[in-house]
Write a protein that binds this ligand. Structure first.
Ligand SMILES: Nc1ncnc2c1ncn2[C@@H]1O[C@H](COP(=O)(O)OP(=O)(O)OP(=O)(O)O)[C@@H](O)[C@H]1O
Ligand SMILES: [Mg+2]
Length: 324
């Protein structure tokens, strides 16, 4: 059976978008991407994206992404799921230009990041997993600074509009240190929007936030999406992905060892991502095995059974197969 198979993407949600999430023309684009006409059908496209972090000191090399294929349609709210270490932030950081890919292609808003990294970066706004808000600036100052970094002309800045959209209008001139955790998170979203990117990428936007704030953030993401922004978010929460996203992809690591919680089942790893279980059909009920596998955090992708014929059994008992 294939359990938590390799990190190839697989769509587990219906591939259709609800009518209200159909691709729309985004709000005014930044200077850098305004020329992207006609609008691309895919907001993000990954082909065979691979990242191997080099070994460092005693740390061996680590394959964080292994030949990922992904297609995110313009106008989608797209959820990237996966346990800790599955490679979600690595994928996002490659799109953001913060991590250099090892192989494969990444195309953002029709722009290959290898062909024009700067232009591709201008097409996305990234809200990182870690909150990095400078305590001594006000939200307005931070927004202006960020707009300056992206070269947005003063006349085209939308600081008040974006802060208002994220419910931060009243805090525009307060020191960031006086903002609550939830407000800081919203400020990060606001900062990512200063150059009006057509694609917004959020790395675990609702990790550790309370139910009310989570719902507010969902509403804000929906509003941004309704205004034409394609959204890619990572999350650990299946319910969040189900509620918010019209497409979901899971990045899961292939199993290479049998989790200790499954030791009573005497499973063997046949190949990365493939577990082998020998059983007598009349004596074994498989339901509890599947329940235990799920409890051990494995995702069952496929199950196949193989009948052993009498000749095989005879050969195994007598050990004569392969001998002259
Ligand atoms: N700079 C780095 N150097 C070496 N290995 C790294 C580096 N960054 C990440 N990794 C490794 O790559 C794998 C994927 O990490 P990544 O941060 O992308 O996962 P993630 O899915 O975002 O996890 P989480 O849910 O915990 O945020 C992990 O095994 C991690 O240890
Ligand atoms: Mg991460």
């Amino acid at each position: 059976m294939a359990a938590a198979q390799s990190m190839h993407s697989s769509s587990i949600a219906p591939p259709t978008l609800p009518p209200d999430a159909r691709p729309k023309r985004p709000a005014p684009l930044p200077v850098a991407v305004a020329a992207a006409e006609p609008l691309p059908d895919l907001a993000v496209e990954l082909r065979g994206l691979t990242k191997v972090y080099d070994s460092a000191g005693r740390m061996p090399a680590k394959t964080a992404l292994d030949r990922i294929d992904l297609a995110i349609p313009r106008g989608a709210i797209f959820g990237l799921l996966g346990p800790n270490g599955a490679g979600k932030s690595t994928l996002i950081n490659i799109l953001a230009g913060l991590v250099i890919k090892t192989a494969g292609k990444a195309i953002v808003w029709g722009i290959d990041i290898d062909a024009d990294a700067r232009q591709a970066r201008a097409a996305i706004g990234v809200v990182p997993q870690e909150l990095n808000v400078d305590a001594f600036f006000t939200p307005r100052e931070m927004m202006e600074l960020q707009a300056g970094l992206y070269g947005v002309p003063k006349a085209e800045r939308r600081t008040d509009e974006i802060l208002g959209m994220l419910g931060l209008a009243e805090k525009a001139d307060a020191y960031a240190r006086t903002l609550s955790g939830g407000m800081r998170r919203r400020l990060m979203v606001a900062k990512a929007m200063v150059h009006s990117p057509p694609v917004l990428v959020l790395d675990e936007p609702t990790a550790g936030v309370d139910v009310e704030l989570r719902q507010q953030l969902w509403a804000q993401m929906r509003a941004l999406n309704a205004a034409g922004t394609t959204i890619l978010l990572t999350t650990h929460y299946l319910d969040e992905a189900e509620t918010l996203c019209d497409r979901i992809v899971s990045l899961v690591e292939p199993v290479t060892t049998v989790p200790p919680a499954l030791s009573r089942w005497r499973l063997a790893v046949a190949a990365p991502g493939r577990l082998l279980f020998r059983y007598g059909p009349s004596r074994t009920i498989l339901g509890p095995l599947f329940t235990d596998m799920q409890a051990a955090g494995l995702t069952i992708r496929d199950v196949s059974t193989e009948e052993t014929d009498l000749e095989d059994i005879f050969l195994r008992l007598t050990g004569t197969r392969g001998k002259p």
